[in-house]
Write a protein that binds this ligand. Sequence first.
Ligand code: AMP
Length: 540
Amino acid sequence: MLSTMQDTPLSIAQLLRHGSTVHGDAEVVTWTGAGTRRRSYAEVGRRCAQLSHALRTLGVTGDERVATFMWNNAEHLEAYLAVPSMGAVLHTLNIRLFPEQLVHVANHAEDHIVIVDATLLPLLTPQLPQLTTVKHLIVTGDSADGVEAPDSVQVHSYEALLADQPTEFDWPEVDERSAAAMCYTSGTTGDPKGVAYSHRSIYLHSMQVCMTDGPALKQGDRALAVVPQFHAMSWGLPYAAFMIGASLIMPDRFLQPEPLAALIAAEQPTFAAAVPTIWQGLHQYLEQHPQDISCMHDVLIGGSAVPPSLMHTFEDDHDIQVLHAWGMTETSPLGSVARPPAGTEGEERWRYRYTQGRFPASVQARLVDDLGEILPHDGNSVGELEVRGPWIAAAYYGVDAPDKFHDGWLRTGDVGTITPDGYLTLTDRTKDIIKSGGEWISSVDLENAVMGHPDVIEAAVIGVPDAKWDERPLVAVVLREGSGATVDTLREFLSDKVAKWQLPENWTVINEVPKTSVGKFDKKRLRSQYHDGDLEVTRI
Ligand code: AMP
């Protein structure tokens, strides 16, 4: 029997309509380095209509891809809302990709238009002659005069394009399963692969961002979105903010600890999201320049494992609760969130918070071993995590990747355990696990243990070849300035924290752990530095 219920499509246009009317007083605040630019959601709604009219005049009549090459700011938010609402597809380009990756991604997605921040033109214009499908460049910020572009590309100023357009738009009704936005993976192995999110998947994911078993973004929150809008859709914050009526605080290009601290002081965010390295940097800065940042009641951290030491530091020194979450570009990205069960206290509560967390009802998770057998959720059995659900990718755009999917489930490449009450603990990426004498060593466990030392700023662990054990861990460590710690004292520090056979004998002290285009530890680069003999390794 069919239900008797209505089947109105879930759409970005509905989020735009709702946010710009019901929550018209909420605002997007963009940091300028010295102050702010402010725009109410009502105004954003009018400007989205103007942008959509302007894009129609540039030939966007169907599902053309409109790319962005931008920082997090008000204009980027406008593109987020306007492009899918008019029926086109937003493609957020990662501004930190290598030139050849950028060319691959823009050509693969067949971008028709690129909206670019004036400050980022030097990174984009040299590649323009190779972007074979791009017909228009729309420049935000400074004047678009004098921009060097091939004859095939017309250059426009964003503000001039919007200026005389009507402030209302008759948003078309779109199939909720059609693509609304695209994001390519950061491509640490091979070419970046595209994920095309649907209106429906974004809508449902936005609801999860507001759920109390998720990040619990709520009306009246002031959400500091440090995670880039080109990294897994800024973890869904822009759309969720429009859905629930939370204001957005955008750092633009000012992502270093000092301007971030100034932005926090000026705008008093109540919620924030970024990868661990951003918070490590901010904490170090605040040690020298104390400032109360406890306005942020929740700080969502994910993208890599959050060291327990960082969670305690934020709680003890800054009175901030760190919310540990796991996700991927392929999962929109929200997967699990580490909220402890009601009624837990003290140490038990912390143990839950260290994990990658629990999945919401909409996302199913399972663990699979090397032979494809499903493993029990007993907190001990270790296997590859597979997930499925309405905001999880079923395929990549325009490429076959059969090894990434398994019977309708997404293979995450992450390895870990799940407890009977549903808490995921990741021990590693499949490719980062260290296989020592037939046993596995978790690089993440070692990193967390080393980063628990008060003199350690960062630590990344990779497996290096070993004649006797096949592979042994190498710890690359960044020490606090003036620290008296040595590799001997660090190893001694680890001796009661990890099993004896796991104690690393290979150490290297470096100035900074190399980072990927989205700010995570770049172990691939670290491995090639090791193989090229660029690291000074001490063997104990
Ligand atoms: P990306 O698509 O660039 O966001 O990368 C997704 C990958 O980041 C995941 O497959 C994990 O390997 C890693 N990741 C994300 N969140 C966490 C977390 N909380 N703990 C450990 N690894 C994480």
